[in-house]
Design a protein around this ligand. Structure first.
Ligand code: DHB
Ligand code: MG
Length: 643
């Protein structure tokens, strides 16, 4: 698959964008007119720079409001087109994108459109260039890709074809299957963009909220499957208008973009394999009569690369918190019921366990880190080597892990928020071999609480949220859920759950408010996380008993306001004794058709706090109605601490 990206996706000057695209490994680019008009480089210099960088210049765009116009305007439009065709020859480019007309003063006649597009195709032919006609989702009369394609067929000129842009097609919910019947010579270009499902007018949605494939909710593998089956072999090019990407670090965004195409290529191959067309009677000759046709691998003109295959992780292996002064963390873990399982033989780290929940406390060198924070997560996978190869092919940055002989070597990567992700060998009984490297001979029994890590909640810098969704989807095979928005005193917190089918891994990504509670910015320009509160949640069988035991050990609970319990009672009409117990112990509660949820939070240590949860029945959420209470109480604490 030939990869491409439109310059409009990225920040910076044309030169910076081109360099970033080359570094990220793109085959080619689309040049947006704005980027060309505003560059001091001559078209010939742009052409040379692209050649030097190994980039093809695949598409010049956009050319607007050409069709469906009165005769006098057509003459002006043809003159305008001629100028652009001459510019393209200086750039060495052969394809221009022409969008369907959005002007209200245009004329609704397909005959007129076909005639005018025919004149444009003639002129393009004279200049040796090609016109790719795209139906904008908000085009005045042409807003459906099949309509655009019918016009192209009616004109039937070798210099006129269509541009298929997944956004314009999927935002309107058009069926993508008819693409397969298009003649591949008439598909001049394919653009891909994903998007979250929003109820917003389609133009605003398109211009501000497109995201890279895998970061939104469109069925792009299916779209691509139909494109591949049509026989298209040209570039698959990202065209993502996004307010965040346009102001983020250009090289980093280009890598995120490239990752999305590598992933989409694999997903498209998978879609084709699992949706292989049933062979016709003639095609199935030789197959057992009447039997189902074998869904064998079919070859298509476009070659699709695949990646090392990984299953979803089987669970959390460990969570690691890091601090210079670890005393506060040790106290809270002990009060929660964790047992100290000794120090590592060669590293300055401690192991704390409760049931199968393992927390590593990393004693950082003075000055190396700020407040205590979540530093790393370990996931159980079938094969750490295969999972690591996959992550590397998806351009995940490798983190070196120093280790001595006889010690388990973890394969590790930096997630977009700089949390280190380690791929560990899973075991059927949930144990971890590496724990032998801790406290040899010092057999401290873990508490008898059968706990596991239920979920981990990580704050994401605002400019890397979408990148994180794609990272965990593509590298770790977690499934993104639709995002929610939680009101907090510092803003609306975007919260998105990533999970495995069986829920053995639940990872919650929260968009850190721009200004955190102490007034500092949550991330510096490079996107490194500073100190937004994050947490690790453990699941137990009997939360009330756990809370009482924690209370007896002196745990400082997050104090929940009385108003909350009045509201709970109003909403659920709880049994008075039960309600009194919840209030006495600062427990939060939720109920839905699947089951019940009880949970509590600890006070915050540095930027980390802990949560204990009990899931009853099939409750699958996280107590979302309680999240605003948690945010408000934590904010209040912070204010008082700062006062
Ligand atoms: O938003 C637009 O106007 C616009 C322009 C060119 C495109 O290719 C496109 O998909 C949208
Ligand atoms: Mg487009």
């Amino acid at each position: 698959m030939r990869t491409g990206i439109a310059t409009v996706c990225l920040s910076g000057t044309l030169k910076e964008k081109m360099q970033a695209c080359a570094i990220a490994g793109f085959d080619g680019i689309e040049i947006f007119e704005q980027d060309l008009v505003t560059t001091p480089l001559a078209p010939e210099d742009v052409r040379k720079m692209a050649a030097d960088l190994g980039l093809t210049l695949d598409l010049y765009q956009p050319f607007r409001d050409f069709d469906s116009v009165p005769e006098d305007l057509l003459a002006a439009n043809l003159r305008r087109a001629g100028a652009k065709f001459r510019l393209m020859s200086r750039l060495g480019m052969d394809t221009i994108l022409v969008c369907s007309n959005v002007a209200t003063a245009s004329i609704d006649s397909d005959d007129l459109r076909a005639e005018q597009l025919g004149r444009l195709a003639e002129l393009a032919g004279d200049h040796g260039v090609k016109v790719a006609y795209e139906a904008l989702a908000w085009g005045k009369y042409v807003n459906d890709y099949e309509h655009a394609h019918r016009l192209v067929d009616a004109v039937d000129h070798p210099n006129l074809g269509t541009c298929l842009d997944s956004f314009h097609i999927l935002s309107r919910d058009w069926d993508t299957a008819p693409i397969e019947a298009f003649s591949p010579e008439k598909i001049f270009f394919v653009q891909v963009a994903d998007a979250p499902k929003l109820s917003l007018d389609v133009l605003s949605w398109s211009r501000h909220y497109r995201v890279f494939p895998g970061e939104g909710q469109f069925e792009l593998a299916k779209f691509m499957g139909h494109v591949v089956r049509a026989g298209y072999t040209g570039p698959v090019s990202l065209e993502v208008f996004n307010d965040v990407f346009r102001q983020s670090d250009v090289e980093r965004t280009a890598v995120d973009a490239m990752r999305s195409l590598i992933w989409l290529e694999e997903q498209s191959a998978k879609w084709l394999e699992s949706n292989a067309p049933v062979l016709s009677a003639a095609g199935a000759a030789g197959a057992v009569a009447g039997g189902p046709a074998a869904p064998g691998r079919r070859r298509y003109p476009m070659e699709l690369a695949t990646l090392p295959q990984v299953a979803e992780p089987a669970g959390y292996n460990f969570a690691e918190v890091k601090a210079v002064d670890t005393a506060g963390l040790e106290t809270v873990l002990g009060q929660l019921g964790f047992g100290f399982n000794g120090r590592h033989r060669t590293k300055d780290v401690q192991l704390w366990t409760m049931g199968h929940a393992r927390v590593i406390v990393n004693e950082a060198a003075p000055g190396s880190v700020g407040a205590p924070a979540i530093a790393a997560l370990g996931f159980d996978v079938d094969s750490p080597v295969i999972a690591s190869a996959r992550a590397q092919q998806l351009k995940a940055p490798v983190v070196p892990r120093k280790s001595q002989a006889n010690e388990e070597v973890f394969q590790g990567f930096a997630a977009p928020d700089s949390t280190e992700i380690f791929l560990c060998q899973g075991s059927p009984d949930g144990t971890a071999a590496w724990t032998h490297e801790f406290g040899e001979g010092l057999e401290v029994p873990a508490a008898d609480e059968p706990a596991v890590i239920d979920h981990v909640n990580l704050a994401q810098p605002w400019q890397h949220f979408d990148e994180a969704v794609l990272f965990y989807t593509s590298a770790l095979a977690l499934q993104p859920q639709p995002f929610a928005e939680v009101p907090s005193p510092t803003g609306l917190v975007r919260s998105q759950v990533m999970l495995t089918e069986d829920r053995s891994v639940r990872l919650v990504l929260n968009l850190a408010p721009l200004i955190q509670q102490d007034g500092a910015s949550t991330s510096d320009r490079s996107g490194h996380r500073t100190t937004y509160q994050e947490h690790i949640a453990f699941a137990v069988d009997d939360l009330v008993a756990t809370a009482r035991a924690c209370q007896a050990r002196g745990l400082e609970f997050l104090q929940i306001p009385a108003n909350y319990y009045e509201d709970l009672d109003a909403r659920f009409g709880l049994e008075p004794d039960f309600l009194a117990t919840l209030q006495e112990l600062n427990l939060l509660y939720d109920f839905d058709t699947d089951g019940e949820f009880l949970h509590f939070y600890t006070a915050t240590v540095g930027s980390v706090f802990f949560e204990m949860v009990e899931r009853r029945g099939g409750y699958d959420g996280y107590g979302a109605p309680n999240a605003p209470v948690r945010h408000a109480v934590q904010y209040d604490h912070q204010q008082r601490r700062n006062a």
